[in-house]
Structures are given as C-alpha cells and as structure tokens.
Design a protein around this ligand. Structure first.
Ligand SMILES: C=C(OP(=O)(O)O)C(=O)O
Ligand SMILES: [Mg+2]
Length: 422
C-alpha cells in the first residue's frame, strides 16, 4: 500500500437533469484509482457554498469547464505527492487555495470533487469499503430512508404548498424490509393516482406531482397509500415533510395559496397537521434567516417531532453553532456540496451528535450515480438518509448501495424508530 497521490483529473459529466457537473479521478502511487461525482441543488439556500458555473452560451451558461481547470491547473499541482489519508490536511489546503468565505473562487463543486475522490482513493488503497474506512469499528447502523414520493411548492404545478412529502418506513425490522415497504407504498400511491385520473409523471427526485387541492389532500393520499399497501400509518410507515419555506417567504410573512401567514400562524398550522397525520419530521418549516421564528417553532414542536434545518444551516459548522446556541431546532440536513469538503461535513455531524441532535444525510435534486452519501450515513451512524423516491436510477443507486452493504455486513443494525428518539 502506498497512498501517495500521483494524479488528479477532473472531467465534465452530466447530472440527472442533463446539466453538466464535475467528476474527479484520483490515482495513487500503488495503482489505486477512484472517482467521485458532484451533485447540484435547485432550491439552494442563500448561505450555501458557491457552485461555480461558466456563464456564456455553452450549456445555457451552466458549463463547468472553468471548474475543471481549477481542479487540473490550480488544485492538482499542490496535492500531488501527498498521502490521500490525510483528509483533514488536504481539505484545509483546499480551503486555503480557494481563500474565500463561500468558496466562490475555485467553486465548492471543484473542492468537493477533489475532497471526495481523495477519500474514495484512500479507502480503496486501505482495501476497505468507504463506510468502514470512514467509520472504523464504530460504523454499525443502517439508516431509515426518508423517500420523497409526492411534490408541491416550487417543485410542482399544483395547489400544494409543501415541497416534499416523504414516507418513512421506520417500523421495518431491517433496511431491506424498509425498502420493500417504501416500494409497495410508492406503487400503491401510483395506483390511487391512476384510479382518480391524476397525473403520475414524476419530478426530479422521482416523486409524483399530481394536480391536488391543497396539502391535506396530499397527506390523505399518502395515508391511504400506506394502508393500501397493507401497512399501518404511523407504526410501519410514518410521514416527513420538507416545506422549503424559503419559497413561501415574502417580506416577513409566508404565502400559502392566497393566504398570508405570520411565522406563529404557520407554526399553529403545523400543530394541526401533526395532530391529524403521523408526521415525525419537519424540514425547513420556516425560512433561512427567520431565527426568531425557528426559536418559536422549536419551543412549540421540538418535544413532539424532529425539526430539521436545511437552508437554515447549510451544513455549515458556524451556522449550526448559532443554531445550537439559540436552540432553534433538533436536527440538521447534511449535504456535502452545501459546505464543499468532507472534513467540514464530518465536523458538522460531530457537532450536532455531541448535542444529541439528529443528522439526516441528503441527496440533491440534481444527482449522479455517485453513492458516497450511502456510505457516509453508515459511517456516522446518522440513522436517517433522504435520497428521493424508490424510482429513478440516480436515487435508487444510493438505496441499492445500502442494500448491498446490508447483505455484505451482517454486523450492521437497522436504525428503526431509535433514529427518531430524542
Ligand atoms: C434536496 C433538496 O432539494 P435541492 O437539492 O434542490 O436543494 C432539499 O431542499 O432538501
Ligand atoms: Mg430541503
């Protein structure tokens, strides 16, 4: 084994929306080679690390040839000759080479491609699966999947305000049983939509986006689909929501359909929904800079359900620290490309775990066949992963990776309801 970095090469590939993104290959002295591919969000938070794009006419301005050059011409010459397992040191150099607060010079997409590919190469050189290399003997938990199966908000052309409705098969005994429950519920939902003459075309994450009359109709449909699959709502399969409230926020209040609500009125609405439906997790219930509103939200609901900050925290240790200090939530969404390096992502997860907060490892709406997040969730025992519907290959790739890890490593336990205990 010799994990000295010998080669770093970036190339432009396509993501699941047909937009260009970055893939990075790292070659080591001992002949090991590994690739990593970078995802891309659509409903991005204002405080995320910056994804650099070329502008101009090519690919409608979305090309990443400049980012490729940043990797090949700026980053690679500095890292060649270093040991791939020095992840912290390599990530620190990436931050220094970029030199900006939000990674806007080289691009979070350049930094993350290198950071992840170096990690994959080191794991391969150590002849360990990625989750074991990262988590060592402490990696022991397979996550509960949170599967986005129905869409509203900015992601759909209907009268539904909430962006993502997820099914949560936490009552399963194993990960594979959880995937079976999810798949059967997804197909039952498709059957219900067809019977009612509703649209069954799917969106970017594989969820349906039928023309419904409001959020309660969406929730009713999900409960019915769970039952039709022969499962018990709230016991076998619960529900989770991503409101993506940034999209509803206009000048101090929230717009739902024709109504305008204050943060407190919106919180009261969530309380009604939680009473009526088996909802266990609420993501981005309020907007990314409404810290006071979030404090009220946590006071009102934090004892009953999981409150997840996505656009609020953007996987950024300093925003998470503020959240911990001000006690505004009890969970974080973890997206590697929101912050841009593996080490900062792991630090974000350590900080929240120390306080007993939950971490939900997440895909982006623009994805590739990369399965790093599946290994990351096992390595860190996060207990929860959100990576879309159980259809569309770029989503299924993550679930399949977890199914294969489960089959290969019988020492791992499915997180089940324990993942939601506070
Ligand atoms: C996955 C999400 O969407 P995007 O990647 O578009 O931010 C999300 O909002 O949680
Ligand atoms: Mg979100």
């Amino acid at each position: 084994m010799n994990d000295t970095i010998r080669q770093i090469q970036a190339v432009e590939i396509l993501d699941s929306r047909g937009n260009p993104t970055v893939a990075v290959r790292v070659g080591l002295e001992d002949g090991t080679e590994a690739w990593a591919r970078v995802p891309s969000g659509a409903s991005t938070g204002a405080h995320e690390a910056v994804e650099v794009r070329d502008g101009g006419r090519r690919y409608g301005g979305k090309g990443v040839l400049n980012v490729i050059r940043h990797v090949n011409d700026v980053i690679a010459p500095v890292l060649l000759g270093q040991a791939a397992h020095h992840q912290d040191g390599i990530d620190q150099q990436l931050l220094e080479l970029d030199g900006t607060q939000q990674k806007s010079r080289l691009g979070a997409n350049a930094l993350l491609g290198v950071s992840m590919a170096v990690m994959h190469a080191a794991a391969a050189s150590f002849q360990q699966p990625l989750y074991r290399y990262l988590g060592g003997v402490q990696a022991r938990t397979l996550p509960v999947p949170l599967l986005n199966v129905l869409n509203g908000g900015a992601h759909a052309d209907n009268n539904v305000d909430i962006q993502e409705f997820m099914i949560v098969p936490a009552g399963a005994g194993t990960f594979s049983e959880a995937m079976q429950m999810a798949s059967e519920t997804y197909h039952a939902l498709k059957g219900l939509l067809k019977e009612r003459g509703l649209r069954t075309a799917v969106g970017d994450e594989g969820g349906f986006a039928p023309d419904l009359n409001g959020d309660r109709e969406a929730l009713d449909l999900l409960v019915e689909a769970i039952q039709r699959a022969g499962l018990r709502p709230g016991e076998d399969v619960a529900l989770a929501l991503d409101v993506a409230a940034n999209e509803l926020y206009h000048q101090g209040s929230y717009r739902l359909g024709d109504e305008t609500k204050s943060a407190d009125a919106l919180i009261a609405w969530y309380q009604e929904l939680i009473k009526a439906y088996p909802i266990v997790s609420l993501e981005d219930g309020l907007s990314e800079d409404d810290w006071d509103g979030w404090k009220h939200l946590n006071q009102a609901l934090g004892q009953q359900i999981q409150l997840v900050g996505d656009d609020l925290f953007v996987t950024n240790p300093s925003r998470i620290q503020r959240g911990l200090d001000e006690d505004v939530a009890n969970a974080v969404l973890i997206k590697l490309n929101q912050i841009g390096t593996v080490s900062e992502t792991l630090e974000a997860m350590r900080m929240t775990a120390r306080r007993g907060w939950r971490a939900v490892v997440s895909h982006r709406s623009g994805e590739t066949e990369d399965t790093t997040i599946a290994d990351l969730t096992v390595a860190t025992n996060s207990g929860q992963i959100k990576t879309g519907a159980p259809a569309r290959s770029e989503r299924v790739a993550k679930y399949n990776r977890l199914l294969m890890i489960e089959a290969q490593d019988t020492g791992l336990e499915f997180a089940g309801w324990e993942a939601f205990r506070r």
